[in-house]
Design a protein around this ligand. Structure first.
Ligand SMILES: Cc1cc2nc3c(=O)[nH]c(=O)nc-3n(C[C@H](O)[C@H](O)[C@H](O)COP(=O)(O)OP(=O)(O)OC[C@H]3O[C@@H](n4cnc5c(N)ncnc54)[C@H](O)[C@@H]3O)c2cc1C
Length: 402
């Protein structure tokens, strides 16, 4: 297997394609390009250990540097793709260089959605890159107050890290409960209780309208419900925007991400997409969506590498169960399968002494997903149950939980 592959974006998805191609015996030239000046690193620690513990870049690298030499991969760092010519399979970089390849993988991920309320420019931090994390870390100190706009996963993890270093954290969330849209009301309530027990203040059902810097240097946040909050630092966790602009006009279909089939193929031959930037078609022809979680990026990378190498993946996209984790106040929250938009949620396990619990989500009487805190072993075992929800599944579920 040879030919040349150009991977644009070198993070979980991009580096995953590289690793898998070499594992499959692909001998051709592989080049990775990334805007970030650092060697490829992992993002989950940026809102966790990088804020509270070891901030060194070495601690978050996906691989140590010799790994890339070992795989005979060329990495071009601090260089952005600015244009994609889909017909010629050629990428133009901001340096003016042009690279063409037999296969191109779009793995440019996403960027944090900026906070655009009145007066907020420059005052509100976001968290996506190592550089962002270091900027925030430099401002965090015990006893300061941090306002977090948006109670999704990034907001929740920042709140948890802020409390861990002994500062005050206030989450401002538009929905009635943080994480309600991804976990449903029952489990979102349990997560809200965890925040509360850790001392995080949650101001829900309202948004931030305006931010002003006070003479003291502190920030004054005016909320839509007429109240206000003062804070030393403001962080926004408002979701992400896919990095697609550089591929506009290339012939690939762009609509809230790069549209792909269930193997990561775009409609331009030889051009694939994987990870947060990609909107993959679901296996059953249903709704195509972006999966903005680490495990989905890694799985998509694996499948794209197989498609490029002309090999059949051991596990197709259709067999993949959505999975995510988050670390909050020293506990691990995990969810597997479908957990949003489902009302039938049943408590399957609870250990009040350890603060651990597990809920099952049922759709039309069938198990569709699970979510819980402090139940890592049990969640993993549901992998088998959720891929086999036919006859006998209930017995398996009981065996899994007990
Ligand atoms: C702070 C934080 C914490 C997270 N925690 C968790 C967690 O606990 N659990 C979980 O499941 N997921 C978590 N995630 C999500 C997870 O990290 C992402 O799903 C994953 O990083 C997606 O990988 P990716 O390779 O698709 O994209 P990205 O990681 O976004 O990487 C894309 C790369 O492309 C580069 N790039 C962008 N545009 C260009 C361009 N024009 N030219 C060249 N290069 C470009 C970027 O510099 C970047 O390195 C977290 C994310 C963040 C930010």
């Amino acid at each position: 297997m040879d030919g040349s592959v150009l991977i644009v974006g070198a993070s979980v998805a991009g580096v995953g394609v590289l690793n898998e191609l070499r594992r499959l015996g692909f001998n051709g030239q592989i080049t990775l390009v990334d805007s970030d000046p650092e060697y490829p690193y992992d993002r989950p620690p940026l809102s966790k250990s990088v804020l509270t513990g070891d901030p060194s870049i070495d601690g978050v690298l996906l691989h140590q540097r010799p790994h890339y030499d070992g795989l005979k991969a060329k990495i071009i760092r601090a260089s952005s793709a600015i244009r994609l010519d889909g017909e010629r399979r050629e990428v133009e970089l901001d340096s003016g260089a042009r690279i063409s390849a037999d296969f191109i993988v779009i793995a440019t991920g996403s960027r944090a959605r900026p906070f655009l309320a009145d007066g907020a420019q420059g005052l509100v931090l976001t968290l996506r890159s190592y550089c962002d994390a270091m900027r925030l870390r430099a401002l965090l100190q015990p006893r300061i107050s941090v306002a977090i706009v948006g109670g999704g996963f990034i907001g929740a993890e920042v709140a948890s890290s802020v409390r861990a270093i002994g500062a005050d954290a206030t989450i401002i969330e538009r929905d009635p409960l943080p994480l309600e849209r991804v976990l449903g009301t029952t489990v979102a309530r349990r997560v809200a209780s965890l925040h509360e027990a850790a001392g995080v203040v949650q101001v829900c059902d309202t948004g931030v309208e305006r931010i002003r810097q006070m003479l003291s240097g502190r920030q004054y946040l005016e909320l839509a419900n007429g109240t206000s909050i003062e804070a030393d630092v403001v962080v926004a966790g408002l979701g992400n925007i896919p990095n697609v602009e550089w591929a506009a006009g290339s012939g690939v279909e762009i609509d809230n991400g790069i549209f792909c089939d269930g193997s990561g193929r775009t409609r331009m031959p030889g051009i694939y997409a994987a990870g947060d930037v990609a909107r993959w078609q679901s296996h059953d022809g249903g709704h195509a969506r972006r999966h903005e979680h680490w495990t989905a990026a890694r799985e998509q990378a694996r499948i794209v590498a197989h498609a490029i190498a002309g090999a059949e993946p051991e596990k197709a996209w259709g067999a993949f169960l959505p999975y995510f984790w988050s670390d909050l106040h020293g506990r691990r929250l995990q969810a597997l399968g479908r957990t949003s938009g489902i009302d039938d949620v049943r408590l399957a396990f609870e250990n009040p002494d350890k603060g651990s619990f597990l809920y099952e989500y049922y759709e039309a009487g069938n198990l569709a997903g699970v979510a819980g805190i402090g139940v890592a072993g049990k969640i993993t075992r549901y992998n088998h149950v959720l891929t086999d929800v036919g006859e006998g599944a209930r017995t398996k579920i009981e065996e899994t939980v007990n």
